[in-house]
Design a protein around this ligand. Structure first.
Ligand code: ZN
Length: 207
């Protein structure tokens, strides 16, 4: 949603409702954990009002525990928090589950998959950042493929039901390679909203 036209938010959400996308991915940035500020709960609430698909809310904020109930109230169906932003990740993930949302952990490009050895069992999904978070429209980091393989190995041992999601620089060119490497869900922002035909681009990504 970060790449949508916020002056025409409802129009863009209707396009997504009609498209083959599965979730609406919502990037919340606080200007502290990441350099940029995006938007908070009021905008999430507006998105929820029009969306007919689950909201996958990606919190790029420090101490996300403070806002779990707020984002549940705003309409989040999936809530993901950064490993790097949580002091007590196990507690945070359980709090998200207790609030009746699906929960996930996000890893920055510099954070190894091995840090999840003791938390993937609690997760519904793990989100691998394939750019450094904070801005839309960045170039994809190639090491992501290695991390998908490593994560797939870890999940097979510890949490086979957990999904792998990839976020950052995803496009029609690298989507097949990412699915082949073992990704289950891809986040695409710029690739969709800067396309001449966004709905067709989503169709191509899904294919
Ligand atoms: Zn995101």
């Amino acid at each position: 949603m970060l790449s949508a036209d916020f002056g025409n938010l409802q129009r863009d959400i209707e396009m997504l409702n009609a498209s083959e996308c599965d979730w609406l991915h919502v990037d919340v940035m606080d200007g502290v954990f990441v350099p940029n500020i995006s938007f908070g709960q009021p905008i999430v609430r507006h998105i929820k009002k029009h969306a007919r698909k689950p909201l996958d809310v990606h919190l790029m904020i420090v101490d996300p525990d403070r806002y779990i109930a707020d984002f549940k109230a705003a309409g989040a169906d999936i809530l993901t928090v950064h490993y790097e932003a949580c002091r007590h990740l196990d507690r945070t993930l359980h709090a998200i589950r207790d609030a009746e949302m699906r929960c996930g952990v996000v890893l920055n490009p510099a954070t190894p998959v091995s840090v999840l050895e003791d938390t993937v069992q609690i997760c519904d999904l793990v989100l691998l950042m394939s750019v450094n978070p904070g801005f839309g429209g960045q170039r994809f980091i190639e090491n992501t493929y290695n991390k998908i393989h490593q994560l797939r190995d870890l999940l097979e041992r510890k949490a086979p039901q957990c999904l792998i999601e990839v976020d950052g620089g995803v496009n029609v060119g690298n989507a097949p390679l990412l699915f082949e490497a073992g990704a289950d869900a891809l986040v695409a922002g710029n690739a969709v909203f800067s396309a001449a035909d966004p709905e067709e681009t989503i169709r191509q990504l899904k294919r």
